[in-house]
Design a protein around this ligand. Structure first.
Ligand code: HEM
Length: 132
């Protein structure tokens, strides 16, 4: 299905940009760079993440599937909430550098888990190999 493939490529492209952008903003946070407060650093992530989610919804509409019907999609959504939450502490609400760095690392761990779930289509993701 052509439209599905297009949505999936859009989704994967936005997933890459979302994580790459988060790593870059984390670097700017670590180096106290003023770039973090510039307009593109605030607007672009929202644009990218909106497209990321919209393409996911589009794929599910084509599949006629509710995300709650699939265990790996539920895992993705929960881990997405962790990625967002830790990300907000890392780039905005963390009071000390230590808190922000730890939250940044946890957000990256959540992102790595999401990608591993995406490819394995299993809620275990990269944890799979640890137990089998
Ligand atoms: C940061 C968040 C996310 C990242 C990094 C991400 C990443 C990815 C990647 C890399 C793929 C391609 C996997 C493959 O080639 O088979 C994918 C596929 C997919 N993702 Fe996401 N995703 C995210 C969030 C979500 C969310 C929230 C949903 C839905 C609730 C979702 C639904 C899907 C679906 C339906 C596919 C297609 C799977 C297939 O083709 O069989 N994703 N995602």
């Amino acid at each position: 299905m052509m439209l599905f493939e297009a949505l999936k490529h859009l989704h994967m492209g936005c997933a890459f940009l979302s994580i790459a952008g988060f790593i870059l903003r984390g670097y700017w946070m670590l180096t106290s760079s003023p770039l973090l407060r510039r307009r593109p650093a605030k607007v672009l992530p929202h644009l990218i993440d909106t497209l990321l989610l919209a393409s996911a919804v589009g794929m599910l509409l084509i599949w006629q599937l509710s995300p709650l019907q699939s265990d790996w999609l539920i895992a993705k959504i929960l881990a997405l909430l962790a990625y967002i939450g830790f990300g907000m502490v890392a780039l905005r609400f963390g009071k000390s550098m230590k808190t922000r760095v730890n939250a940044w690392l946890l957000a990256l761990l959540a992102a790595a888990y999401i990608v591993s779930v995406a490819y394995s289509k299993s809620p275990w993701g990269f944890l799979q190999g640890l137990f089998s």
